[in-house]
Ligand binder design. Structure first.
Ligand code: NAD
Length: 300
């Protein structure tokens, strides 16, 4: 297939690379020339706009930071909806507000195109291995059309429900992941204060009720997991700013639904504060560095 790919950043680049490996032609666009250049080195053909990437494509994939970027890339001047062919399918894999997915789907329909939301989980290693978990919202027929393309990038493709519900599943997952990173960081800081070896604590927790995917794959303490961002100076990975955004999406959904939430807003504010102290573009597990103890002479 000829696939238009908009957003060749941290995740988009390895995902586009996997489409190329499976024999698809990928025509890419990114507003940051260096991001597009890096994808072009892998074999992605360069387009001059999102509309140009979408023009003549059998299917369009977008992988953008957040809701305003998705709105701009689809609805803005020289956006996807200006170029996409009649009846073609657009697959947005960004993590955004479910109501924005619905709005963009509506605009796509008005232009004779179709739209599904298909956010991902697993981070860069799984994007590279093509083993992402992909949660999809859309009409069954559209999801089935997208499935073979999604299978080039992920190992588990799950149809959650109508448009927007892939995003709902994703923000629920990231609520748990974001809170876990803060909780693990707090726990390891306490253990260190007592002089307990972090390697030994990791071994204990891995076999106990506190075991999580986050500790196993994205351990916040440097040197505990070789492939974790913490072991390479917190290079993302998944940026603190993006996790703060996802927790914010969960918090605002909870507000609209009148669901009481306590832990997610606390975790979001810790990440926001880490960002305001210059850590926003580091992997979110950097929250461990931010949660340093104060000096021993501070009153308790
Ligand atoms: P990123 O910022 O590295 O990449 C996004 C790319 O989109 C950038 O290169 C940016 O220049 C480009 N972009 C922004 N606006 C654009 C526009 N209008 N047109 C074309 N390109 C545009 O972010 P990422 O880490 O690749 O994340 C992308 C999405 O995937 C986010 O929604 C994020 O929450 C989600 N996600 C990321 C990870 C991860 O580990 N990084 C994991 C799961 C989900």
């Amino acid at each position: 297939m000829r696939i238009g790919f908009v957003g060749t950043g941290t995740m988009g680049r390895p995902m586009a690379a996997n489409l190329l490996k499976k024999g698809h032609t990928v025509v890419g666009f990114d507003v940051v020339p260096a991001a597009l250049e890096a994808a072009a080195k892998l074999g992605v053909e360069r387009a001059g706009s999102a509309a140009e990437a979408a023009k003549g494509a059998d299917l369009v994939v977008t992988m953008l930071p957040s809701s305003p970027h998705v709105e701009a890339a689809y609805l803005g001047a020289r956006g996807v909806l200006e170029g996409v062919g009649q009846g073609r399918l657009c697959v947005d894999m960004s993590t955004i507000d479910p109501s924005v997915s619905r709005r963009v789907a509506e605009a796509a329909r008005a232009r004779g195109a179709r739209f599904v939301d298909a956010p991902v989980s697993g981070g860069v290693p799984r994007a590279e291995e093509a083993t992402l978990a992909i949660m999809v919202g859309g009409e069954a027929r559209d999801v089935e059309e997208a499935r073979p393309v999604l299978a080039c990038m992920g190992a588990n493709v799950i149809h959650v429900g109508p448009v927007g519900s892939g995003e709902v599943a994703k923000i629920c997952n990231n609520l748990i992941a974001g809170v876990a990173a803060v909780a693990i960081s707090e726990a390891f800081r306490i253990a260190e204060g007592f002089g307990v070896d972090p390697g030994t604590l990791t071994e204990v927790i891995a076999k106990s009720s506190g075991a999580t995917f986050i500790m196993e794959h994205m351990h916040p303490v440097p040197g505990q997991v070789a492939k974790a961002p913490a072991s390479r100076d917190y290079a993302p990975g998944f940026m603190t700013d993006l996790m703060a955004k996802d927790l914010g999406l969960a918090v605002s959904a909870a507000r609209d639904l009148r669901v009481p939430v306590f832990v997610a807003p606390a975790a979001q504010q810790v990440l926001r504060l880490a960002s305001s102290h210059g850590l926003g573009r580091k992997d979110f597990s950097v929250v461990y560095q931010f949660l340093k103890p104060s000096g021993k002479d501070a009153p308790v």
